[in-house]
Design a binder for this molecule. Sequence first.
Ligand SMILES: Nc1ncnc2c1ncn2[C@@H]1O[C@H](COP(=O)(O)OP(=O)(O)OP(=O)(O)O)[C@@H](O)[C@H]1O
Ligand SMILES: CC(=O)C(=O)O
Ligand SMILES: [K+]
Ligand SMILES: [Mg+2]
Length: 574
Amino acid sequence: MAFSSDSMLQKIFAKSPAFDSNKRVFGKPVSISGGAISCNERNLKSKGRIAVKAAAAADVMGLKNHEVNLDLGFDVVAERELREKGFLGMRKTKLVCTIGPACCSLEDLERLAMRGMNVARLNMCHNTREWHRDVIRKIKKLNEEKGFSVSVMIDTEGSLIHVVDHGVPSSLKAEEGSVWVFTAQKFEGSRPFTVQANYQGFSEGIMVGDELVIDGGMARFEVVEKMGNDLHCKCTDPGLFLPRAKLSFWRDGKLSYHGLPTLSPKDWEDVDFGISEGVDFIAMSFVNDADSVKDLKNYLFAKTSKSIRVLAKIETLESLQKLEEIVEASDGIMVARGDLGVEVPLEQIPTVQEDITRLCRQMNKPVIIASQLLESMVEYPTPTRAEVADVSEAVRQYADALMLSGESAIGLHGQKALSVLQVASSRMELWSREENRQSTLHNCQLGGSLSDCIAEEICSCAVQMANNLGVDAIFVYTKHGEMASLLSRNRPYPPIFAFTSDSDARMALNLQWGVIPLLVDLADDMEANISKTIDLMRANGMVKEGEAVLVVSDLTAAHATSTTFQSIQVKIIV
Ligand SMILES: Nc1ncnc2c1ncn2[C@@H]1O[C@H](COP(=O)(O)OP(=O)(O)OP(=O)(O)O)[C@@H](O)[C@H]1O
Ligand SMILES: CC(=O)C(=O)O
Ligand SMILES: [K+]
Ligand SMILES: [Mg+2]
């Protein structure tokens, strides 16, 4: 490998009296704060007592095998990963799993958590609220008792027109030239060539001659007759009706909008359910504008003191046209490629995905790439080469998170699919890092686009410093996660350990690229926070002598009366 971080360090610190070329880094700690550089002999004496206390607590809970570390607020999976792979080996891309009948037992959920699931997604389209409640409680139990930190996301059903009944429980073929009745009326038993849609007004405004497209092109029909609210349609392009197949109507090459609200009455009930179960994220399906996102955020703000993050799912043509305002209004985005592919030609999905991913990074919002990542694994134990390439491409684009849908919810190989995401993302992250190091142009120009430009600049500079110095980790002390998020936006080489005392922020940061959130009690005194956490990390063997840590903070210092104390420091562990 042409690059050597040591040689870069030598170049930078060749004149520094603190530099010791025989060691991995330096002999003495260096502190760079507020522009002044000074050698700072911070006393980082071992505090064995704390380590003993943490170990004892884990022991009492019978969690020895999971190496729980209570004082550090570390989750067991991140801790194990750090011990096994070191700082640079820690996976940066976050993993979301849809929970369904194939993975809903306590044991299955624990195995998913152990394999790196950061967020569990519950799709409210399927199953009962009781079923979802049971899953959420199991996840919370695992978090509490086994030291995991898996966030919970509910995904709303949203208003779309889909098939509820086409006479058989599985898929059904429509032959060319066959005529079908589409109705909102429920029918008993078998009525050949009849399809029931979920919404009474599904045919409002539809005219003879319009085109009806099933699942974005799985089959096509022409409306040949309208009788009351029923439509008689002739199949022009044969194909399959899958269960819950989506219906969309087109006229002169343009999509007809049905004008349903983004959140249906049932969705609002699901939102209330999410509030009462204390979920961390609500993913909103079929968002068409920023107002629906703002409405939900305002509702949550009024209804609960918990900060529930709202993710907008981009899965309609309309949402693409108003992308920027939607990203701005939301706390994150999901590229919902499944339904998006119904309204957008499939060949446009890859570029749309890359555009959304780039915009989200620019605007500092986490982005999830979802749907069909490893679809063949629903049935088969290995992915296709094309699927692995798709996953790797999303990682190369620096998406924050990847999501499993049917692969985990109903698939035969959900655990294995998660492992495929985990190894494929680790591999691509390593490759990208090495590529970037050799390229002088790797720092994508993010520009000063955010409202808090001081924090933005501090984080951009901090990441540049961290990369140039080859530090082992970035530590950020953050009130609500903002600085951690800004650091993540710059996609640094080392992992970002985010210390926060806000448990909602901690759970939200689970979705952000490269951030390992830790829940700790933070004091007003920044220096005390830094030394306390570094002492704890060192006492637990997580940082070692000679390792370098870059420290950033957005907390108010004890002595600051009117300004926020924001700083960058470099600490060398002694
Ligand atoms: N809680 C659940 N109970 C039963 N089946 C589920 C559940 N969650 C998901 N599934 C199954 O897994 C499949 C894939 O899940 P996924 O969440 O991608 O749903 P979807 O129906 O494609 O809708 P969406 O567009 O909201 O993602 C679903 O079609 C459904 O069959
Ligand atoms: C995830 C989702 O909703 C979709 O892909 O349509
Ligand atoms: K959904
Ligand atoms: Mg969808």
